[in-house]
Design a binder for this molecule. Structure first.
Ligand code: HSE
Length: 302
């Protein structure tokens, strides 16, 4: 026996909120099974399924055990043994928040085994600690929606100030995952640290408009505002066929289309399931004569 935890894939940035907005998908999501163990001290990873051997088993390096151990330490139970088995259900290094999902499931599972001393909200800093061990930068735009669900904005500092934004009825997400790997660190290194006043004004307007559109289900406004003037133009070159995919999605009535997190996955939002299906088809078409394999998925917000 043990406890089983589900941790959904997430889309960070959502075009207008670099490092501060993310959304949780209904599926896919990792599954983690955790149980007490007399054989270990601290949190150990016993098995990882379906990761192609890419993820570290070393408890100091795996985001699940780092986050889980942080919870255990906070319970003053550092020496207690807990073993974790990870079933990866999403591609790694794909821009779907895989390391965040592991971190969240590790923190959540240990808290559960300890009798839930912390609320979900209180687990956020521990999960962020796990995530941080993967890419060093401090941001919770994957971890927060993975843990709390929905569309979340969250500050990228220790305050982790956050709120959930409303999800308009009918909102669908289509994702295409071109089968190349992008290291988040590399995708962050290409971003210039300065922006122009014009970029700031345009991006602020779009963020304001996007948030208004979530509260009011104003899909016309969302389509006008879901555009990234800062990050996407700098990262697009890293993603195979980005421009063609975006054009194909926008031609199928997408509300917006941009890079999912650090990429290479590309997401599009739409206002109903038919549009979402048409977008998925059009995205696959772009890769139909390409050497790069691409898979699509459709989800609602979790
Ligand atoms: N906001 C982050 C980025 C998400 O775009 O680099 C990826 O971890």
């Amino acid at each position: 026996a043990g406890i089983k935890v589900f941790a959904p894939a997430t889309i960070a940035n959502l075009a207008v909120g670099y490092d501060i907005i993310g959304l949780a998908l209904e599926s896919p999501g990792d599954e983690v099974i955790a149980r007490k163990s007399d054989q270990y001290k601290g949190v150990h990873i016993t098995q990882i399924f379906n990761d192609g051997g890419k993820l570290p088993m070393d408890p100091l390096k795996n985001t699940a055990s780092v986050a889980g151990q942080a919870v255990l330490d906070a319970c003053n139970a550092s020496d207690m043994g807990i073993e974790i088995e990870i079933h990866k259900k999403m591609p790694i290094g794909s821009g779907l928040g895989s390391s965040a999902a592991s971190a969240v499931s590790g923190a959540f599972a240990v808290n559960d085994i300890m009798g839930k001393p912390f609320s979900k909200e209180e687990l956020l800093p521990y999960a962020v600690k796990g995530e941080q061990s993967a890419d060093k930068a401090y941001h919770a735009d994957n971890v927060a929606p993975c843990l709390l669900g929905g569309i979340i904005f969250v500050k990228n500092d220790e305050t982790l100030l956050h709120r959930r934004l409303p999800t308009p009825k009918g909102l669908y997400i289509t994702l295409v995952h071109p089968d190349v790997e992008i290291l988040t660190k590399n995708a962050r290194d290409v971003i210039k640290t300065n922006i122009t006043l014009d970029q700031h004004i345009n991006q602020s307007f779009n963020l304001a408009g996007f948030i208004y559109s979530l509260f009011t289900s104003d899909f016309t406004l969302m389509r006008q505002c879901l555009q990234d003037h800062i990050i996407e133009p700098q990262r697009a070159f890293m993603i195979p066929k980005f421009r063609e995919v975006k054009e194909a999605a926008m031609n199928q009535n997408a509300l917006g289309c941009s890079i999912s997190g650090a990429g290479p996955s590309i997401f599009a939002l739409s206002e109903n399931s038919l549009d979402a299906e048409n977008i998925a088809f059009a995205m696959r078409e772009v890769f139909s004569n390409s050497k790069i394999k691409a898979t699509t998925l459709i989800s609602k917000v979790n």
